[in-house]
Structures are given as C-alpha cells and as structure tokens.
Design a binder for this molecule. Structure first.
Ligand code: HEM
Length: 395
C-alpha cells in the first residue's frame, strides 16, 4: 500500500490578463511559416526547418500561439512551471502543483522497472497472437491489424482489465478520452465492479495498486481512480500506436537496417528511440502561460499560448548530426518525444516494451515482411502524427 501526504495545494494562479503586445525581432526574411495548412499537416518538416533557422520564436496568428522550435528552447519551455497543459481537461497532464505530484507518485512506480516488466508480459502474448494472424494473410494493413490493437491491449492488460475491453477503449480514445480522463460515464460504469473486486481482493495489476493507494491516510475515491485510469488509457494507447506505426515504417523503408535488427535484436531499443526522435507521434505540445514567462529569450505575458515544436527540436542540427536520417546506430537520440520536466511521460518504459515485443513478434512470424508492391507510407497530422496505413506482404 502506498501512503502519501499531500502538501497544501499550490496557490491558484493569478487571474490571466489579456495577452500584451510582445516585440519579437523583425527579420528581413518575410513572415514566418504558420502551421495551419494542409501542406504542413502532410509534411511539417520543411516549415519546422525555416522556423528553427530563421524564426526561433514566431507568432502564428491563425493558431493564436507562439512557436518555439530549437532543441534547447523547447526543452526549457516544456519544463517551465509557468506553462501548463492546453487544451483544458481533467487528466494527469492537466493537474498542477501538489495535486499533480501526489497523483503522479501513485502511477509512476507501477510503470517502471520490474513492475512494468511483469505488466507488459501481456503485450508480448498479444503481439504473438496478432502477428500469427497476420502471417496467414497474403497482404495486410499493419496499422489496422497490429499497431492500433497492441498498445491499447498492453495498457488494458497492465491495468488488469478484461482483454475484451480493448475495442471499447479504442472507441473511447477516439471520442476524446485523452483529454477527459475521469468523468467518462461509460468508463466509470464499466470500472465500478472491477474497483469493488480489487478493493476486497487486490491482485498485482495496476488497478489494484491504485485501489490500495492512500492519500493523506484515505484511499482514493472511485472517481479519482477512474480519472487516473482514463489518463493512462487515453495517453497511452494512441501515442504508442502512432509511434509504433512510424517505427515499422522507418524500418521497412530501410531494408538494410531492418536486416540488422533481425540479426541483432539487442539493437531494437535503440532503433525505437531513434524512430521517436525522427518521427515523434506528438510533434507539437501546446502550453498556456499562467504567469509571465520567458520563452526562447523573450518575455511573454500570462495567457500566451506556446506551441513547443518537439518535431522541429528533434531534428535540430545543433543537437543531432544529419538529423533527417533514420540511423539506428545514432549514439544519443535523446527522449524529447516523451516531453520534459514535471509532466514528462511516465509511460515511456511501457511503450518501449510494447514496441519491442511487437517488433520481435512480427520478425518471428513474418520472415519476408516488406511493403506491398507500390505502397509508400503517408504520415499525416500535426498534434498527433503517424502513417494511417501500412500495406505489407508478410511472406
Ligand atoms: C511512444 C509512446 C508515447 C509517447 C511518445 C508519449 C508522449 C507523451 C508526451 C509528449 C507527454 C506530455 C509531456 C509533457 O507535457 O511535457 C506525455 C504525457 C503522459 N503520458 Fe505519454 N507517451 C507515450 C506513451 C504513454 C503510455 C504507454 C502511457 C501510460 C500507460 C502514457 C501516459 C502518459 C501520462 C499519464 C502523461 C501525463 C503525465 C503528467 O502530466 O504528469 N504515455 N506522453
């Protein structure tokens, strides 16, 4: 049982005045590129490069946000206390101060080390079942048949929920569970009997850990546990699914590197980390200033919206040599895809294990895995990004 004492809540942020006018240096290069265009959603990297090189802090009027693109500036902005999650919601990502620390301390230990190794074992079984099913087909879409299922199934299994709930959770995520966290009526109702059972007979799953946890000497209310479960299901499933799709696309696009991980599976964690660097599933993380804050060397007022361009930072040549190249032997791909500071992703290890088991299972079951004739991956999106289909020949 985990006991936590919650310190008094941090003082509420001061009322947010209207955004004051901020002077950013005028460059002779014309306007900075904005992010809200179909061309940028198709491929944001040319715009990211221009921003990084010439407009390290740029105002995007259509988005209503300040764009930050250099590696050091993005890391710093993500870690600033004055900048909080946007859009508003009720998940762990939206909590701040003592409330955030207390709730995060409850889930973190179960998502690390030996605990997560045991929890992720379910993902390995699911990966092999899915891969064997794919092996029987002449051609398949890996996104629909593998990437969308495996990560949600992994989080569902880690929580100790029935496997049959996987499809239902996917639907909830599509309907916005990622921002809602708690207060999702269908999830609350579905969880109720599971919570009652875990409270009387705890198991070794993550739901039991949350049911047994105490804050200030009192167990968490059902609504609080449901909120945390919503955070995990919402945050974990979609990001890992998109990242897994980009990971497979990067390897299938480079048969020599794919052959290398087949031959030397110990390279899989590095190959995964490098794919997250080159193609993060959340290339833009939005924040709102609750107090005046300095971003990329410029003072912004309370109320300012800041778009932290993780995708641009991850290809900053000042930090990574030959940054557009996918290179599984890169010595230090970093981990900015998981954010930085107090809100940095607590699910990174579960995601890495899920992806590792996933790739192992595919390599075992599909010795001839390659693109279907004529197929090219076509990643889309800005806030969340990845290929939406991956047509392959398994044999
Ligand atoms: C490749 C997969 C994943 C990626 C790229 C990813 C990325 C991120 C990012 C960028 C953030 C925001 C960090 C920030 O605001 O600074 C975040 C937060 C979070 N992620 Fe992940 N995530 C992944 C998988 C997971 C998984 C598997 C889980 C849990 C099962 C998870 C749970 C969370 C939670 C609960 C938060 C909020 C943390 C907080 O606010 O303290 N994520 N993730």
């Amino acid at each position: 049982m985990r006991c936590l004492s919650v310190p008094p809540e941090d003082p509420p942020p001061a009322a947010t005045p209207a955004v004051a006018r901020v002077e950013v240096p005028v460059t002779p290069l014309g306007p900075a590129p904005g992010l809200l265009s179909p061309a940028v959603a198709r491929d944001p990297y040319p715009a990211f490069r221009v921003l990084r090189e010439s407009f390290p802090l740029a105002r995007d009027e259509f988005l209503g946000a300040w764009l930050v693109s250099r590696y050091g500036d993005v890391c710093e902005a993500l870690a600033r206390d004055e900048l909080v999650a946007l859009p508003p919601g009720r998940t762990l990502a939206h909590m701040e101060g003592a409330t955030h620390r207390a709730h995060r301390a409850l889930v973190e230990p179960a998502l690390r080390g030996r605990a997560v190794a045991a929890l992720a074992a379910g993902a390995s079984r699911t990966a092999h079942v899915l891969a064997r099913r794919i092996a029987a087909r002449p051609e398949t879409d890996l996104v629909a048949e593998f990437c969308r299922w495996l990560p949600t199934a992994a989080v569902v299994a880690a929580l100790g929920l029935p496997h049959e709930d996987t499809a239902r959770v996917q639907r909830w995520c599509r309907d916005g569970l990622g921002h809602l966290g708690g207060g999702h009526h269908e999830l609350d109702a579905r969880l109720r009997p599971h919570l009652a059972r875990r409270r009387s007979r705890p198991g070794d799953d993550l739901l039991s850990v949350l049911c047994a946890a105490e804050v200030d000497g009192r167990p968490l209310a059902d609504g609080t546990v449901a909120g945390l479960v919503g955070s995990l299901l919402g945050a974990g499933g979609e990001a890992t699914a998109l990242a897994l799709a980009s990971f497979l696309a990067n390897l299938l696009d480079d048969p020599a590197q794919l052959a290398l991980v087949r031959e030397r599976p110990e390279l899989i964690p590095a190959a995964w980390a490098e794919s997250l660097r080159r193609d993060p599933p959340a290339p833009v993380v939005l924040r709102r200033a609750v107090r005046p804050v300095v971003v990329a060397g410029t003072a912004l007022p309370a109320g300012a919206v800041v778009a932290c361009l993780v995708g641009a930072a991850n290809r900053d040549p000042a930090r990574f040599a030959d940054p557009d190249r996918y290179d599984i032997r890169r010595a230090d791909p970093g981990r900015l895809a998981f954010g930085a500071g107090r809100h940095a992703c607590p699910g990174a290890e579960l995601a890495a294990r899920t992806a590792g088991y996933g790739l192992h299972a595919l390599l075992d079951a599909l010795p001839g895995l390659r693109w279907a004739p004529g197929f090219r991956p076509d990643p889309r999106g800005l806030l969340t990004r990845g290929p939406r289909t991956l047509l392959v020949r398994p044999r």
